[in-house]
Design a protein around this ligand. Structure first.
Ligand code: ZN
Length: 261
């Protein structure tokens, strides 16, 4: 895996700012709170334990950058006014740039929800793939992604089902990664759930597809948008809001596969 340190060159200045900000957060968490989360004065009651560590990420969210180049994305993510970032940016040539420590909260998900999690940034790692939003993803880029995911899954014990896309958590606002992204390849390598054989599958009469989508993790605020996201990901169709009988079979199979994880 090619991890670029970026300790010199064009990002020297923002690397310095990164260190300064990380130090400020270290200072915040090393303080004994004067009041607890209920607002009760803790000066005399705080009893610091000796047994703790850093919280670990539990979800990985994959994006496309919708920008023209890796350089443009790195620039966007190092400008304070944009308020966007990701832990990793993977260029088309497979080079991986890490932009902040895995234990820190990147600003990649925005408003979104997956299952019962409504602050996805707090528990996730964000990975951006350099892509203009329409083109296919290069082989080198996918290989680097798989290498990175292998490392993250092992290091943080991330559940197989928790490798998802931005469009999964924010279907009304986002469509990334685009329709060319190979989710089947990812699932074959242990990242995300794919459906099984649907040829000989019969769906129970009482199967409710919307509850099926919800059980996978989708938030049903806008069911049409969820169907579009589902179909882009699992049937490689873009823009359709109709769940066909074949789609329902895929969904039912996914619900069953999801239960195994
Ligand atoms: Zn995104």
């Amino acid at each position: 895996m090619a991890l670029t340190a970026c300790m010199s060159g064009p990002y020297k200045k923002t690397n310095k700012t990164y260190k300064k900000q990380a130090k400020q957060y270290a200072k915040v968490i090393s303080q004994l709170p004067k009041i607890d989360s209920l607002g009760v004065a803790q000066t005399n009651f705080w009893a610091g334990t000796t047994n703790f560590s850093l919280r670990k990420p539990n979800i990985v969210v994959i994006h496309h950058t919708a920008q023209k180049s890796c350089e443009q994305t790195l620039k966007t993510f190092t400008l304070e006014r944009t308020k966007v970032s990701a832990h990793y940016v993977i260029c088309e040539d497979g080079v991986i740039h890490q932009m902040l420590n895995d234990y820190m909260r990147a600003w990649h998900g925005g408003v979104g929800r997956w299952g019962t999690i409504n602050d996805v940034n707090s528990s996730s790692i964000g990975i951006e793939l350099d892509n203009d939003g329409f083109e296919p993803f290069s082989e080198k880029q996918m290989q680097s992604l798989l290498n990175l995911l292998t490392h993250l899954k092992k290091k943080y014990d991330i559940p197989t089902a928790n490798f998802i896309g931005h469009a999964d958590i924010a279907p009304t606002r986002k469509n990334d990664p685009n329709v060319n992204f190979d989710w089947n390849l990812l699932s074959k390598n242990g990242f995300g759930v794919w459906y099984g054989d649907t040829l000989n599958l019969s769906i129970p009469n009482d199967f409710n597809p919307y509850l099926g989508l919800k059980s996978i993790g989708y938030h049903l605020k806008d069911t049409s948008a969820v169907v579009v996201a589902f179909k882009r990901k699992y049937t490689k169709t873009e823009g359709s809001r109709i769940l066909t009988d074949a789609d329902k079979k895929i969904l039912y199979s996914l619900v069953r596969e999801n239960m195994k994880n």
